[in-house]
Design a protein around this ligand. Structure first.
Ligand SMILES: Cc1cc2nc3c(=O)[nH]c(=O)nc-3n(C[C@H](O)[C@H](O)[C@H](O)COP(=O)(O)OP(=O)(O)OC[C@H]3O[C@@H](n4cnc5c(N)ncnc54)[C@H](O)[C@@H]3O)c2cc1C
Length: 491
């Protein structure tokens, strides 16, 4: 039996589903093939004994990108999800016992920083001005379309000044050192490199724009957990006409005379002139549509970090924590040196999300759902069996001691991410942003095969929920431009 769709998408990650939704909203027949039994990819949920955990993303920034897609399908994000703008947004802790809480309002955050460290409030506000400019310029240049080398970016710039405005010539770490006198705030700004699984000493300072995005446009939560965002995307996509096939592991892409013609699933051929890989670019060019040159390019782009996640159902309430918490390590340089050397950091920075602080449905009454995450190298051979005990012990050194209160502890590591979503090495954000040319080394969205496209964290513009949703916008726009008429219209 054969079928024919206007587009077939390999993978129901966020990038795949948003692309599907956008194309279906424009009248295209779209089939999404997902190898797992459930959709969402890295956006995954785990439930146990009355606790719910977001096992992938737990922080939503730039919800407007999702709203934009939903509007195409005649609804809004606010109509489909209960969005909560978090205030405070983050609480940061250092090994010396100091702590500062970021608010959902830059002046309030500046006041908190001023009492935290003399002069830091003014430095922060001054930095936000710079970060806002980076964001404004990046939005209309870097994020505006596909990227085929530096020229694509330069063409979208209005003037040579745009190039200096995006602050791409120095690293985020060196910008942080130039901006903040207090080393703790150098560490804070550097952390934004990890939002794309990268090293602050290697990423361009452009990534500092995330500080402004978070401060001005909010750190968001979806009631019910980010799994509720996943369900909303799937629901809206289905309503727009998208067909999903789960447990459908695509074996290969059919390519004839350098044109995509469909995919093979369980030895069945499914036909389409448009095939979009939401699967990682490494998997695409190694297995699905082998291309040695393109694969070398992906390998050169480098993988983002992976992570070790520890979830714990914790009895009772913990004082002095918020929804999002970060316990910084004593030596950030050593931490990233360890990662670069392929080791689990000896003293890691620990991110802790306790969404039950905002949403009591996420834990039994009076209890807390702890999700802890550290950055590790993208190596699926890393052993994580002992990581639960170890991470709780590390946390107890600078933060709360959860060991006696934990009703259960479970660990997920690089091998699990690699196995479940075929993320090479368990990289959680796709390709990294390390290096000055990282943005131009990522595999492009439009491949060299006519009708074959990429979407998601391993292609432009990179990983993280808002970026993969932007990737979906760019991919679907390219498909609509390259294949202007729908199959139905041709018949
Ligand atoms: C632990 C963790 C924490 C994170 N925290 C955040 C956060 O707080 N905020 C944030 O914005 N982002 C965060 N991220 C990153 C974010 O989750 C990802 O960038 C995003 O979800 C990736 O979407 P994607 O479209 O690239 O697809 P993926 O999620 O990678 O999905 C790809 C899909 O393709 C499927 N697939 C692969 N090969 C095949 C095949 N051959 N046939 C069929 N299907 C196939 C896979 O099963 C998968 O479902 C986090 C990620 C992780 C893992």
């Amino acid at each position: 039996m054969t079928s024919h769709h206007d587009a077939i998408i390999i993978g129901a990650g966020v990038g795949g589903m948003i692309t599907a939704l956008r194309l279906a909203a424009r009248g295209r027949s779209v089939l999404v093939c997902e190898r797992n039994a459930t959709v969402g990819g890295k956006l995954a949920v785990y439930q146990r004994d009355g606790f719910t955990f977001d096992m992938g993303p737990s922080l939503l920034t730039l919800p407007a990108v999702f709203d934009d897609a939903f509007r195409l399908a005649g609804t809004t994000l606010a109509d489909e999800c209960d969005l909560i703008r978090l205030d405070p947004s983050f609480r940061y802790f250092w090994p010396d016992g100091s702590t500062v809480t970021f608010r959902d309002e830059p002046v309030a955050t500046a006041e908190a920083l001023e009492s935290f460290s003399n002069g830091a409030g003014a430095e922060y506000l001054q930095y936000l001005e710079r970060a806002r400019t980076i964001w404004q310029v990046s939005e209309r240049t870097f994020f505006a379309g596909d990227m085929h080398g530096r020229l694509s970016l330069l063409r979208r710039m209005r003037s040579p000044r745009d190039l200096s405005r995006i602050d791409a010539r120095r690293t985020l770490h060196s910008r942080a050192e130039a901006q903040f006198r207090d080393p703790r705030l150098v560490q804070w700004l550097g952390r934004y490199a990890t939002y794309s699984g990268s090293d602050p000493r290697q990423v361009p300072a452009t990534l500092g724009c995330i500080a402004a995005v978070e401060a001005d446009l909010g750190a968001w939560y979806v009631r019910g957990g980010l799994g509720a965002l996943c369900s909303a995307i799937e629901r809206v996509a289905r309503r727009a006409g998208v067909e999903f096939r789960t447990n459908a592991d695509v074996q290969r892409i059919i390519v004839q005379r350098n044109r995509a013609k469909g995919v093979v699933v369980d030895d069945e051929e499914l036909h389409s002139d448009v095939v979009i890989a939401n699967a990682d670019a490494e998997h695409l060019y190694r297995d699905l549509a082998p291309d040695a040159k393109a694969l070398r390019r992906v390998e050169r782009a480098g993988r983002s970090t992976s992570g070790i996640a520890v979830v714990a159902g914790v009895a009772g309430r913990t004082a002095h924590i918020d929804h999002h918490n970060v316990w910084f390590s004593s030596d950030y340089a050593r931490e990233f040196d360890d990662i670069a050397a392929g080791r689990v950091p000896r003293t890691p920075t620990i991110y802790g999300c306790v969404s039950s602080v905002t949403d009591p449905t996420q834990a039994p009454a009076g209890d807390e759902n702890w999700f802890l995450l550290i950055n590790v190298p993208p190596r699926d051979e890393l052993q994580v069996a002992e990581a639960g005990e170890w991470m709780l012990a590390q946390l107890a050194k600078t933060g709360p001691d959860l060991r006696r209160r934990a009703k259960f502890v479970e660990v997920v590591g690089p091998a699990d991410f690699a196995r479940k979503v075929r993320a090479p090495g368990g990289a959680i954000y796709g390709t990294s942003s390390n290096g000055r040319s990282a943005a131009f080394r990522r595999p492009a969205i439009r491949s060299a095969v006519r009708g074959m496209y990429l979407v998601g964290g391993s292609t432009h513009p990179g990983g993280g929920l808002p970026l993969v949703a932007m990737s979906a916008r760019i991919t679907s726009d390219l498909v609509l431009r390259d294949f202007p008429s729908a199959l139905q219209a041709q018949r």
